[in-house]
Design a protein around this ligand. Structure first.
Ligand SMILES: Nc1ncnc2c1ncn2[C@@H]1O[C@H](COP(=O)(O)OP(=O)(O)OP(=O)(O)O)[C@@H](O)[C@H]1O
Ligand SMILES: [Mg+2]
Length: 477
C-alpha cells in the first residue's frame, strides 16, 4: 500500500453489504491535498457506496474513514468537517431558484434573517466561476437543463468551501464545453489544496483531470496508480477483468419507408422550423452543444413537450427521456416491473413470459442485480439506467426516441447497449438519437443533424469526420 501519512482523507478496510450483496469488500483509499483522484469501475462496482461512506451518508460495516486523522461522522458532521458531495442525480429543489438551492440549509443571515441580496451575489459569483451565466441565479431549477442543474450542484458544493469535494459522474451529461468549465473549476480547487474524488465512466477524461486513478471491481480495489502510468485501455481492462476486443462500425443495410416525419416544428424561444424524417431501420441523430435545443426537439417530437406549430407524423413511438430521475424509474417497484411496464398494454398477462424477458435483458445488458424481483432502488445508478432503456427496447416500437441512452453506463455495457440498439434498428425500428457523446453518435447514426440555436444548421451522412460535426455544432463554419 502507498503511504498515507500526508493524506487528507484515509479509508482503511472499508466493508459494506446490503442484505446478501457485498458492495465493498475491504477497500483502502486515500486522497492527498490538491490531488484529483479518479474513481472508476463497472456499474455496480461500489463507487457510489464508497463515496456515500466518505460523505457520511452511509455507515460502513467495518473499517475506518478519517479526515485529517479524525473519524468522519454522519453527513452533517462530514459537511462541517469539510467534505462536500455532488451525487449522480442532482439533488435539487425544482421549485426553488438556483440561489436558494445553493444556500439551502445553510442560508446566509444578517440580523437573524436570510440575507437574500448577499446570497444572490454569492451565487452569481459561483456561477461565474463555473463559466455559467450569472442570470441563472434567479431562475427556477425546474426550468434548467439537466446539465445546468448538474453544474448548479457543483456550485452548491463549492459554496461549502470543502476540503474534499466528491463528484459522482458530474460529466455524464455535460458537453465538451461544459466539461471544460467543470475542469477549470476543479483545477482552481486543486490549487487551493482541495482533494477531489472524481467518479466517471468517461475514461478518456481521466488523463486530463486526474493525478491518480483507483479502479474498483466487485467491491475491491484492483489498482490504484498514478494516472500517467495508465492507459484508457488498461483501465477498461482492469474494470471488466479481461482483455477487450476492438469493435468497428459496420456498414449498414438500406432503410425502409419514412416512419417519423417532422415538418417545421417550432416552439418559441426553443427551436424553430425543424424538419427531418427518419426511415424504418435508420438512426438519425440530433447533435448540438447543451442549450442548442436537441433535447427539447426530441421531447416535442414525442409529445411530452409542447410545440407552437408544425407537424409530427409517426407510428407507434417510445421514448427514453434524458431526465431519468424524474421520468424514468418507478422507484418503489421491482426490476422486472420496471422492464415490463411498457408492455402491460394487455400483452404480457403471462408472468413467466414477463420473467423470462426481464431475465434475458438483465443478462444481455449486464444489469447487476440478483434478479427481476429485486427492487430497482437497490440497483446502482448505471444499472437503473440500463433497466429504463431495456423497457423501451422490449416492445420493439416502430419509432424510438433515445435521449442519452448510455449516460452513466460503463464501457463494457455501453458496447452491449450499442449492439442492442443496432439489433432493433436491424429489425426495422426507426431511431431518433439525442446524445452529447459524439463518439456514440458517430458510431450509431446513419445521418447526423447538427442543431445550433434551435435550428438544424448542418446535415451529415455516415462517415463524416468527427471534427466537422463538432465544428458545425460550435458554429465555426
Ligand atoms: N440500498 C441498496 N440496497 C441493496 N443493494 C444496494 C443498495 N445500494 C447499492 N447496492 C448494491 O451495491 C453494489 C454497488 O453499488 P454502487 O451504487 O456503489 O455502484 P456504482 O459503482 O456506483 O455503480 P454505477 O456506475 O452504476 O453508478 C451494487 O450491486 C448495488 O446493486
Ligand atoms: Mg454510482
Amino acid at each position: 500500500m502507498t503511504t498515507t501519512t500526508d493524506a487528507l482523507l484515509t479509508l482503511v478496510g472499508i466493508r459494506k453489504h446490503y442484505g446478501g450483496v457485498y458492495a465493498l469488500q475491504g477497500v483502502d483509499f486515500a486522497v492527498r491535498p490538491g490531488e484529483v483522484h479518479g474513481l472508476v469501475g463497472a456499474n455496480g462496482a461500489g463507487k457510489s457506496t464508497l463515496i456515500k461512506i466518505v460523505s457520511g451518508a452511509e455507515k460502513a460495516d467495518a473499517g475506518t474513514a478519517e479526515l485529517n486523522g479524525q473519524p468522519i461522522g454522519d453527513t452533517v458532521k462530514a459537511l462541517h468537517a469539510g467534505i462536500a458531495a455532488v451525487y449522480q442525480d442532482p439533488q435539487l429543489f425544482g421549485e426553488l431558484t438556483v440561489a436558494e438551492n445553493v444556500f439551502i440549509g445553510r442560508e446566509l443571515r444578517k440580523h437573524g434573517r436570510i440575507d437574500w441580496p448577499e446570497q444572490t451575489k454569492r451565487a452569481k459569483d459561483l456561477l461565474r466561476s463555473l463559466g455559467l451565466n450569472e442570470k441563472l441565479a434567479a431562475r427556477r431549477i425546474a426550468d434548467l437543463s439537466v446539465a445546468e442543474q448538474q453544474l448548479v450542484s457543483v456550485a452548491k458544493a463549492l459554496a461549502h468551501e470543502a476540503q474534499v469535494l466528491i463528484l459522482d459522474e458530474p460529466s455524464a451529461i455535460l458537453t465538451d464545453r461544459e466539461i471544460e468549465k467543470l475542469f477549470h473549476a476543479i483545477r482552481t480547487l486543486k490549487d487551493r489544496g482541495v482533494g477531489v474524488i472524481y467518479v466517471s465512466h468517461r475514461l478518456d477524461e481521466l488523463a486530463q483531470i486526474t493525478d491518480r486513478v483507483t479502479v474498483l471491481r466487485d467491491g475491491k480495489v484492483v489498482a490504484s496508480e498514478p494516472t500517467e502510468d495508465l492507459t484508457v485501455r488498461r483501465i477498461a481492462e482492469l474494470m471488466v477483468g479481461h482483455a477487450l476486443t476492438d469493435n468497428t462500425a459496420e456498414p449498414r443495410s438500406p432503410q425502409g419507408d419514412p416512419a417519423l416525419q417532422v415538418e417545421n416544428l417550432t416552439r418559441r424561444n426553443r427551436f424553430s422550423n425543424v424538419s427531418f424524417e427518419v426511415r424504418l431501420g435508420e438512426v438519425v441523430s440530433l447533435f448540438g452543444l447543451v442549450g442548442s435545443g436537441t433535447g427539447s426537439i426530441a421531447r416535442a417530437v414525442y409529445g411530452i413537450e409542447p410545440a407552437d406549430s408544425g407537424t409530427v407524423r409517426t407510428g407507434q413511438t417510445a421514448m427514453l427521456p434524458g431526465d431519468r430521475s424524474r421520468q424514468g424509474v418507478f422507484a418503489t417497484k421491482t426490476v422486472g416491473f420496471n422492464i415490463s411496464i411498457a408492455s402491460l398494454k394487455g400483452l404480457w398477462l403471462n408472468r413467466n413470459q414477463e420473467r423470462r424477458t426481464a431475465t434475458d435483458f438483465i443478462n444481455r445488458m449486464r444489469i447487476k442485480t440478483p434478479g427481476p424481483n429485486a427492487l430497482i432502488a437497490t440497483l446502482s445508478g448505471g444499472n437503473q439506467q440500463k433497466v429504463v432503456l431495456a423497457r423501451q427496447l422490449v416492445d420493439r416500437p416502430e419509432v424510438l426516441v433515445l435521449e442519452e441512452p448510455t449516460q452513466g453506463v460503463d464501457v463494457g455495457a455501453k458496447e452491449e447497449i450499442h449492439g442492442l440498439i443496432r439489433d432493433i434498428v436491424g429489425q426495422g425500428t426507426a431511431v431518433l438519437l439525442v446524445s452529447s457523446d459524439l463518439p456514440e453518435v458517430m458510431s450509431l447514426a446513419d445521418r447526423i443533424l447538427v442543431v445550433r440555436g434551435g435550428r438544424i444548421t448542418a446535415r451529415f451522412d455516415r462517415g463524416v469526420a468527427q471534427a466537422d460535426v463538432l465544428a458545425a455544432a460550435a458554429g465555426d463554419e
